[in-house]
Design a protein around this ligand. Sequence first.
Ligand code: SF4
Length: 205
Amino acid sequence: MTKKDQQDKERAMIIAYPLNDALYLNITNRCTNNCRFCIRETAGGVGYNLWLKQEPTAEEIIAFIGEPTRYREIVFCGYGEPLMRPEVVVEVSRYLKNYPVRVRLNTNGLADLFLGYDILPQLEGLIDVISISLNAGDAQSYQELTGTGFGTAAFDGVLNFIRRSKQVFPKVIASVVRYPGVDIEKAASLANALGVEFRVREFSE
Ligand code: SF4
């Protein structure tokens, strides 16, 4: 294998990496939050080096996916917030719609605030599952845990995004990370009141 082939292979593994029977797409390292529990800040991360030297184009991502049906699920996640690149999420998920594979989007739920418009209509029919980081049970804790620059508007924005997602996607999950300062019971009852599935993710050091 030439040095160039090796570099291409390494880049492919940073952008599209398999975990169990799913393929995860790392399309950006940018995010408007700075969460205390962010996996980007942990030593081990997800077990791969996911720092991008250059963000991939939609065409590159599609090429790195290969045969989509090899996976049970394809997930937009990243070491960052996928909806920082809404046009790429739309283009790649539109391509994936040609295959019988489940498509999931993991997002921080702040797209209304950082994009300044409602992206949900563009994602309708393309995303099967949306997993939204609720992160906390109230606005004050949310702010402390995520370091958001949007102030108290952030938590309300996430709740609003969850409510609207319910009208758009077949499955909506609100998630928190098990971490000091996260009131899991409070967040769970909030998710319950919103009528969405609730999931606790374990903090990985
Ligand atoms: S929203 Fe996600 S990617 Fe962004 S800082 Fe928080 S944990 Fe990290």
